[in-house]
Design a binder for this molecule. Structure first.
Ligand code: AP5
Ligand code: MG
Length: 190
């Protein structure tokens, strides 16, 4: 299986690039953020819980997110692989993902980490706020908080994969097409 962690701060382009990677490599796109938003829309219990964190720009608790991820992976029969978008976001999630994948005789192939300057992240998210309807895009203070949470809690996950020699940094600045080409080149070289 080709299992890719597509990593990066809020607005880095994880969702945008995932769409392209899944069609080229026949992978399943698993975005924990998208799953939480679908649950918020459907007013499920999980959605209510997730909303109380997401709207403030905080992380949903690990236990909830890890259980969700496991059950989503198991929904697919004989997948060619997964793009994990927005997961893992803590060292605990990263450890749990490794443990779970090894229990189904699989593993993470690589982490592709999109590097984007902070001003560009804010510009992209403020622009998306006009159309996305995402409560966590609507307020610049929440965007700041999401970026701060990324720096404090999520960025350290890079070293987890670096220690396994699986971290590949990708320049996430420039046009969507140029970034896609960089991702293809890195995947095809590995
Ligand atoms: P999540 O949904 O994962 O959001 P995020 O990480 O904040 O990232 P975004 O989805 O905002 O950005 P993206 O990197 O996907 O970029 P996109 O392609 O959309 O998480 C939301 C919340 O859910 C979290 O805050 C947390 O509360 C919770 N959550 C989720 N997962 C969790 C977990 N594992 N543990 C705990 N809590 C969790 O691009 C952004 C915009 O820029 C778009 O408008 C796009 O069109 C544009 N764009 C993309 N590329 C370019 C480019 N090259 N040039 C110009 N514009 C571009
Ligand atoms: Mg996204």
């Amino acid at each position: 299986m080709l299992n890719i962690v597509l990593f990066g701060p809020p607005g880095a382009g994880k969702g945008t690039q995932s769409e392209r990677l899944i069609s080229r490599y026949n992978l399943v796109h698993l975005s924990t953020g998208d799953i939480f938003r679908a649950n918020i829309k459907g007013e499920t219990e999980l959605g209510k819980l997730a909303k109380s964190y997401i709207d403030k720009g905080q992380l949903v608790p690990d236990s909830v997110t890890i259980d969700l991820l496991r059950s989503e992976v198991l929904k697919h029969d004989n997948p060619k692989g997964f793009i994990f978008d927005g997961f893992p976001r803590t060292q605990k999630q990263a450890g749990a993902l490794d443990e779970f994948l090894s229990s189904i005789n699989s593993s993470i192939s690589m982490m592709l980490s999109l590097d984007v300057e902070e001003d560009e992240l804010k510009t992209r998210l403020m622009k998306r706020a006009e159309v996305s309807g995402r409560a966590d895009d609507a307020d610049p203070k929440i965007i700041e908080n999401r970026i701060a949470v990324y720096k404090n809690e999520t960025a350290p996950v890079k070293s987890y994969y670096d220690n396994q020699n699986k971290l590949i940094g990708i320049d996430g600045m420039g046009s969507v097409n140029d970034i896609t080409d960089r991702l293809y080149a890195s995947i095809d070289a590995n």
